[in-house]
Design a protein around this ligand. Sequence first.
Ligand code: MG
Ligand code: MG
Length: 269
Amino acid sequence: MIYYKTAEEIELIRESALLVSKTLANIAANLKVGLSAKKIDKEAETFIRDHGGVPAFKGYRGFPATLCMSFNDAVVHGIPTDQEFTTKDIISVDCGVVLNGFYGDSAFTFAFSEVSEEVIKLMQVTRESLKLGIEAAVVGNRIGDISHAVQNYCEKEHGYGIVRELVGHGVGRSLHEEPEVPNFGQKGRGPLLKDGLVIAIEPMVNLGSRNVKQMDDGWTILTRDGKPSAHFEHTIAVRKSGPDILSNHDIIDFEIKNNVEIMDISINC
Ligand code: MG
Ligand code: MG
């Protein structure tokens, strides 16, 4: 069952998604070599609660933290630990909150100062593919048009691996609603996009092969070949006037530009 949202509900989801974005921007301002993932996670929880929200992931099917923090070859669902950031790390941070009964969900991958050009390119292409997916999210298209836009750009044009096992999703009164939004698929296939559909589009893109495995912690998803993976996610609403991006990556870019330890990977979107 797909729940289409009213204009009022979309504004409430925007508030939730914006709190997620502000949390990620706060992280962008504070990321530093030598800090631990766990410390950033604690700060994020405080930030969300201080702004009247509740962390959406904490306790979700037993997940123990506010953020998913996935280092390097971790694709998604990494549990924040005492692991400290180094100059060579990339770190994907996924955040969800619930505020006024509605969820927001967004993710961003950060690169410290000595990450290779090859990996920066992976991050930029992943981010660009999210933009292309959003551009395909127009009334009258189908989910497969979004999926195809992401897959074609990452796999065909750039030779990266698109993860198949994890997908985007509807967002609303639940964190994960129908429909599924795969990052691979065919044009013209899948559910029709109608006004009021709110979805999270979230390409997970591997430098090497698309194959993944789960770590013994029961959560972290790793690339099988040990190569890095990037993840960017927006919560968006399909509107008659075009796609409306409810989360905000510009405020994250702004903080990155002021943090000399993090590389600017903005792509003009
Ligand atoms: Mg997410
Ligand atoms: Mg999501």
